[in-house]
Design a protein around this ligand. Structure first.
Ligand code: CP
Length: 336
């Protein structure tokens, strides 16, 4: 044991500054270093006791949210976070009907204009290609609240923060990301990218024809983390694989009703159904409590809802951890 020259009292502003996020956009979690992510989680831990009563860190600041896709959790949680920081929110939940997007204003122009009102922008969009050029027009930081099929970084962060609070560390943990459709699993992919950066092991399990996109795998490989891909496992093989993991993450389906991709997900869901019995058997044999995470919303064919009443349930707890995490994120990106 040795006292280091850095030994001093903890300050929230130091942790927020150490994230290095001030003035930056949030797109992919592999864009952040392990140290930046740890500073964010430490800031969130310091904020957590105040996440209901509030902290006046963003007094007079404005968050504008523009959600081009439906949302309950991400929009309410991001806006709650700003309000609990003492700031204000202006919310557009249907820009294609209510904003100048309905008059064909380009996303780039809208973001340039909204930057004149906002200190930070929360944007959800169906596009995950051109959007990265469009957001360069914004003059204030833009939080991705989910882009297309490939990235939902604030969901990934709140999932990481929940896992970190549940297990005490992310390094070396083994996490299964399993879905009937890994091509459109943006929350699972963001969680995997962030975990990869933290030195966790990623275990993908899904259908061979709907596997993780190469753009995501490239980012995961760049971290040097251990990862595995398993395809078309039998029920027995999937259960055995679950037994080797600490957490199982279900990204759900972010595709709105009426689209083919949602029907495909529903049809294949039974092959990836998580049974409470599997978790109980593993607990009996190994003593290990495997946490079940889901980005929600969920539907009945994905897993046994009796898990709700057990120690395996983490998905509703994730919602609670989302507010302090997003408070830390907004304060880091705006700066205080
Ligand atoms: N998890 C998630 O993104 O939920 P919403 O679509 O309700 O924001």
């Amino acid at each position: 044991m040795a006292i280091t020259k850095d030994f001093k009292t903890m300050k929230l502003v130091d942790q927020l500054e150490a994230t290095g996020l001030k003035g930056k956009n949030l797109n992919f979690l592999t864009d952040l270093s392990k140290e930046q992510l740890m500073s964010l989680f430490k800031a969130a831990e310091m904020i957590e006791p105040f996440s209901r009563d509030g902290l006046e860190l963003m007094k007079g600041k404005v968050l504008c949210t523009m959600f081009f896709q439906p949302s309950t959790r991400t929009r309410f949680s991001t806006e709650t976070a700003m309000i609990r920081l003492g700031g204000h929110c202006i919310s557009e939940s249907n820009p294609l009907a209510n904003s100048s997007a309905a008059k064909d204003e380009s996303l780039a122009d809208s973001l340039r204009v909204v930057s004149e009102y906002a200190d930070i922008i929360g944007l959800r969009h169906f596009n995950d290609v051109e959007i990265f050029d469009d957001i360069k027009s914004a003059k204030v930081p833009v939080i991705s609240c989910g882009y297309g099929n490939i990235t939902h970084p604030t969901q990934g962060l709140l999932d990481m923060y929940t896992a970190y609070r549940a297990l005490g560390t992310l390094e070396g943990i083994r996490v299964m990301v399993t879905s009937p459709d890994l091509t459109r699993a943006r929350s699972g992919q963001s969680f995997a990218m962030g975990l990869a950066r933290m030195g966790a092991e990623i275990v993908y399990s899904g259908p061979a024809e709907l596997r993780t996109p190469e753009t995501i795998l490239e980012k995961i490989r760049s971290t040097g983390c251990k990862f595995e891909e398993h395809f078309d496992l039998s029920e027995k093989e999937q259960d055995e694989l679950i037994g080797t993991c600490d957490l199982v993450y279900l990204p759900g389906c972010s595709v709105p009703k009426g689209q083919d991709a949602r029907e495909i997900f529903m049809k294949k869901a039974k092959n990836y159904y998580i049974k409470l019995e599997t978790l109980e058997d593993i607990k009996k044999k190994t003593g290990k409590t495997i946490g079940i995470m889901h980005s929600l919303p969920r539907f009945a064919g994905e897993f046994d809802f009796n898990i709700d009443k057990t120690e395996h349930e983490l998905y509703f707890k994730q919602i609670g951890f989302s507010v302090p995490l997003r408070m830390a994120l907004i304060a880091s990106m705006v700066g205080c």
